[in-house]
Design a protein around this ligand. Structure first.
Ligand SMILES: *Cc1c(COP(=O)(O)O)cnc(C)c1O
Length: 412
C-alpha cells in the first residue's frame, strides 16, 4: 500500500514526507492494510479446509504488528521465550502458538507449558525428552510435531537454505518414523503433527510442494504404524518481490495449488509465514545527509545505516530505494551509504536512482520483514522509530531510542 500521488509517496492515505518531518528519520513505516491483506490472503485461500495461519514472529515482532494480527485471528510461530512474551503482551492467544527452534532452553519450555501453547515443533530426541520431563512435573500433556528435514534439493533451488541434510535443522526423514515410535514411550507427550520449514525467500514454490509429498508419505507411514497424526505444518518461506520486475508467488495461488492435495489427506494444515505477510508492508524512511564524490564514484550519504537495516550488508540483499518526493533531475548512479565506520555499511551499491539532495527523504522498500528486528545499537546509534499507518492516521508504535536508552542497564 505504498504509491505515488503526483510526485509524493504515500503509505495508504499518509504522505510520507509529512510523516518523516514529524517523526524524524530513520523510521520504519508499516501499512496495516497490507499486513492484514497478506494475512487474509492465506486465511481465505484455505477456505473451508481446517487450517491455522501462525505468523512467524521473528520477521517483525513489534507489539502493534502482533496485536493487529492477533485481532485478525492469527496464530503465532515463536522461536524464543522472548517472542512468547511479546505475543502474550500483544493479546495473542497462547492456544494458537507453536514453538519452533533447534535450541529451546528448559526455562523457555517451562514458560511455554505454563502459558498453555498449542504445540512444540521438536528438532531432536533430547528435546523431546526434556519437554516430556517438564510436562510430567506440571502434570500436563504436551503436544508436539517433529520438524523433519525433507532434504529437498538445493542445487536447483538456491534460495532454500534450511531443508538440506547438511543443515542443523530438523530430524532426517529416514529417522523420523523411529523417533515418533520411541516418543510413544514418553507418556507426557502427544504426537499432534508433522512439520517442516525448508528455507526463506523461496520464489519457486516447487520445492515446498516436493516437501509436502514427503511429509504426506511420512504421515501415511505413521498411520500404518498406529500413530495417527492430526496436523501438517508446512512452515513459512514464501518469497516476496524485492527487485522491480522480480516475480514472487502470489499467496492465494500458492495455497490453492496445495489445497486439493491437502484436502484428501484429511489433516489440519498449518503455515508459518513471516516475510510474505510483513515484508512488503514496510519501508525504512531515511534522510539524505550529504552527496559526495570520490574520483568518479558518487555517494549518497543517508542517516540510516547497517545497524538499522543489515540485510544489504549481511545477505547482499537488494532493496529498491525510491524518493519520497520525485524531482525532475536526471537519475544518478551511486552507492547509498550510512554513517557507520565500516565499508560494509551500505544500503545499495552502484544503484541508478533519483538525483536526491541533502535534506531529501528516501524510502528503502520491502523492509517490513527482518528489518527492525535485526537492528542494533552498533556505533552507539539509537534504534529507529517504528510507525504504523491505518488509513489516513498513523501512530508511533515504538519511539526512537534516546541516548539514555543506550546506557540503560549499564554501570560504570
Ligand atoms: C523463519 C521461520 C519461518 C518464517 O519464514 P519466512 O521466510 O519469514 O516466511 C517459519 N518457520 C520457521 C520454523 C522459521 O524458522
Amino acid at each position: 500500500m505504498f504509491c505515488y500521488s503526483e510526485d509524493d509517496l504515500y503509505c495508504e492515505q499518509v504522505a510520507l514526507a509529512d510523516l518523516a518531518h514529524r517523526t524524524g528519520t530513520p523510521a520504519y513505516v508499516y501499512s496495516s492494510q497490507t499486513i492484514l491483506a497478506n494475512y487474509r490472503a492465506y486465511d481465505e485461500a484455505f477456505g473451508d479446509l481446517p487450517h491455522s495461519v501462525c505468523y512467524a514472529v521473528k520477521a517483525n515482532s513489534s507489539l502493534a504488528v502482533l496485536g493487529l494480527l492477533a485481532k485478525a485471528g492469527a496464530g503465532f510461530d515463536i522461536v524464543s521465550g522472548g517472542e512468547l512474551f511479546r505475543v502474550l503482551q500483544a493479546g495473542g492467544d497462547p492456544s494458537k502458538v507453536v514453538f519452533s527452534g533447534v535450541g529451546k532452553t528448559a526455562d523457555e519450555v517451562e514458560y511455554a507449558l505454563a502459558s498453555g501453547i498449542h504445540s512444540f515443533n521438536c528438532e531432536s530426541e533430547s528435546e523431546l525428552a526434556l519437554i516430556d520431563a517438564m510436562a510430567a512435573r506440571r502434570g500436563v500433556k504436551a503436544g508436539f510435531s517433529i520438524r523433519v528435514n525433507p532434504d529437498v534439493d538445493a542445487s536447483t533451488h538456491p534460495y532454500i537454505s534450511t531443508g538440506l541434510s547438511q543443515h542443523k535443522f530438523g530430524i532426517a526423514m529416514s529417522e523420523a518414523l523411529a523417533v515418533y515410535d520411541r516418543a510413544r514411550g514418553l507418556k507426557n507427550l502427544s504426537a499432534e503433527g508433522v512439520s517442516c520449514h525448508i528455507g526463506s525467500q523461496i520464489l519457486d514454490p516447487a520445492p515446498i510442494l516436493e516437501a509436502v509429498e514427503k511429509l504426506l508419505a511420512l504421515v501415511a507411514a505413521l498411520g500404518a504404524e498406529g500413530l495417527p497424526i492430526r496436523h501438517l505444518d508446512l512452515g513459512g518461506g514464501l518469497g516476496i518481490r524485492y527487485r522491480d520486475g522480480e516475480k514472487a508467488p502470489a499467496i492465494g495461488e500458492f495455497i490453492e495449488s496445495l489445497r486439493a492435495r491437502l484436502r484428501e489427506s484429511g489433516l489440519r494444515v498449518m503455515v508459518e509465514p513471516g516475510r510474505s505477510i510483513v515484508g512488503p508492508a514496510g519501508v525504512l524512511l531515511t534522510r539524505v545527509l550529504y552527496r559526495k564524490k570520490n574520483g568518479p564514484k558518487e555517494f549518497v550519504v543517508v542517516d540510516a545505516a547497517m545497524n538499522d537495516l543489515i540485510r544489504p550488508s549481511l545477505y547482499h540483499a537488494h532493496h529498491e530505494i525510491i524518493p519520497v518526493r520525485k524531482n525532475a533531475l536526471p537519475p544518478v548512479t551511486a552507492d547509498v551509504v550510512g554513517p557507520i565506520c565500516e565499508t560494509g555499511d551500505f544500503l545499495a551499491r552502484g544503484r541508478q536512482m533519483a538525483n536526491v539532495m541533502p535534506g531529501d527523504f528516501l524510502a528503502v522498500c520491502a523492509a517490513g520483514a527482518y528489518g527492525f528486528v535485526l537492528s542494533s545499537n552498533y556505533n552507539s546509534r539509537p534504534r529507529a522509530a517504528e510507525v504504523l499507518v491505518e488509513g489516513s492516521a498513523y501512530r508511533v508504535i515504538r519511539r526512537r531510542e534516546t541516548f539514555e536508552d543506550l546506557v540503560r542497564g549499564e554501570t560504570l
